[in-house]
Design a protein around this ligand. Structure first.
Ligand code: ADP
Length: 293
C-alpha cells in the first residue's frame, strides 16, 4: 500500500502533521480491510473497499456524526473519507480497546437507551446507507409498518429473488408482509435513532471502560430492532439488558417481535453470505406466521 496520498488527505482534514511509524492490519471486519496507522503521537483507524464503494463510507461517516451529535454514547470521530486510484477509504479516530467489564456493559445499556430517546417525527433517515455491504433504503415514512414492509422485508426479499431464492421463502415472505400488523397490537413504535447493525462485533470498550459503538447503519426506527440484533449473535451480558430496561422499559410484545426484526438480518445474511442462511430464514418465517394465525 502506498500511504503517502492518504496521509496527505489525513493531514489536510485534521490540520495536524502525521508521520507514519507502522501500518498494522486489523482483524474482525466482515466487509472491509482495516488497518491501524500508528504515528509517533497518535493513531488512526482506516478501512478500505473498492473505489466505487465510497458512498458506503460517506453514509457510515454521516451515521457516526449523527450518533456523536447526541452525546449519548461514544463513537470514533470521523476524520476523512476519500479515494485512491484503486480504493475508497474511511479514516476514523483509532480507539484502543480494553477489557469488557460488568460496569461497562451497564453503561452500554444505559447509553444505548439514551441514544434511543433521540427521536424525529418520521421513520427512515435523510439518506440511504448499507447493512453490511447490502444497500439499505431509508425513505421516510410516518407509518412504521409501511417502512418495515417496503424498505426492509420487500427489499431483502427482492434481492433474494434476484439471487435465485424463490419458492417457499418468497411465498412465506409475502404472507408475512401482509400480516405485519398482527405483531403490533397495542404497541405503537416511535422513530428512535438506531445504531442499526448492533451485533457484538460492533461494540467494544475503551481502555477507560467507556462503551464504544462503531460501524453503524443508522436510521430512525423502532428501538426494539437494535435490542433484537444484540440477541441474534450474542456478546451482550445480563447487565446490559437490565440497565437498558431500567433506563427505558420494553413492551411485553418485544419477545415475539424480536424474531421478526432479526429476520431482516438473516435475510441480509442470506443475500450476503449465501444459502447457509436459507433454512434459518424459512424457519423464522414459519414460526412467525404461526404467531399471527
Ligand atoms: P467492517 O466494516 O469490515 O465490518 P469494522 O468497522 O467493524 O469493519 O472494523 C473492523 C474491526 O476493526 C472491528 O471489529 C474492530 O475490532 C476494529 N475497529 C473498528 N473501528 C475501530 C476504531 N475506530 N479504532 C480501533 N479499532 C476499530
Amino acid at each position: 500500500m502506498n500511504w503517502s496520498d492518504i496521509i496527505e488527505q489525513i493531514e489536510n482534514a485534521s490540520g495536524i502533521p502525521f508521520k507514519l511509524v507502522n501500518a498494522r492490519a486489523l482483524a474482525g471486519g466482515d466487509i472491509n480491510t482495516a488497518y491501524c496507522l500508528q504515528g509517533a503521537d497518535r493513531s488512526y483507524f482506516i478501512k478500505f473497499n473498492r473505489a466505487d464503494k465510497v458512498d458506503m463510507f460517506i453514509a457510515e461517516e454521516a451515521g457516526l456524526s449523527e450518533i456523536a451529535s447526541t452525546q449519548t454514547i461514544k463513537v470514533p470521530t470521523p476524520i476523512v473519507h476519500g479515494q485512491t486510484s484503486e480504493h475508497a477509504f474511511l479514516v476514523l479516530e483509532f480507539i484502543e480497546f480494553g477489557n469488557n467489564r460488568k460496569i461497562s456493559q451497564t453503561l452500554l445499556g444505559q447509553q444505548l437507551a439514551m441514544l434511543h430517546r433521540q427521536r424525529q417525527p418520521y421513520f427512515g433517515w435523510h439518506r440511504d446507507n448499507t447493512i453490511g455491504s447490502t444497500p439499505q433504503p431509508n425513505s421516510r415514512d410516518v407509518d412504521w409498518l409501511e417502512f418495515l414492509r417496503k424498505n426492509r422485508f420487500q427489499h431483502q426479499l427482492s434481492l433474494a429473488a434476484a439471487k435465485g431464492y424463490r419458492g417457499h421463502l418468497q411465498t412465506m415472505g409475502a404472507n408475512l408482509c401482509d400480516r405485519l400488523s398482527g405483531f403490533f397490537s397495542g404497541y405503537v413504535p416511535q422513530p428512535s435513532l438506531l445504531h442499526g447493525d448492533l451485533w457484538g462485533g460492533n461494540a467494544a470498550v475503551d481502555t477507560e471502560g467507556n462503551p464504544v459503538i462503531f460501524d453503524p447503519a443508522c436510521y430512525y426506527g423502532d428501538r426494539e430492532t437494535d435490542l433484537a440484533m444484540t440477541e441474534l449473535f450474542g456478546g451482550f451480558s445480563p447487565e446490559f439488558y437490565s440497565a437498558y430496561r431500567d433506563t427505558f422499559p420494553l413492551d411485553s410484545g418485544y419477545s415475539i417481535r424480536k424474531t421478526l426484526y432479526n429476520l431482516y438480518h438473516i435475510l441480509n445474511h442470506l443475500n450476503l453470505f449465501g444459502s447457509g442462511y436459507l433454512s434459518q430464514a424459512e424457519n423464522m418465517m414459519s414460526r412467525l406466521l404461526s404467531e399471527v394465525k
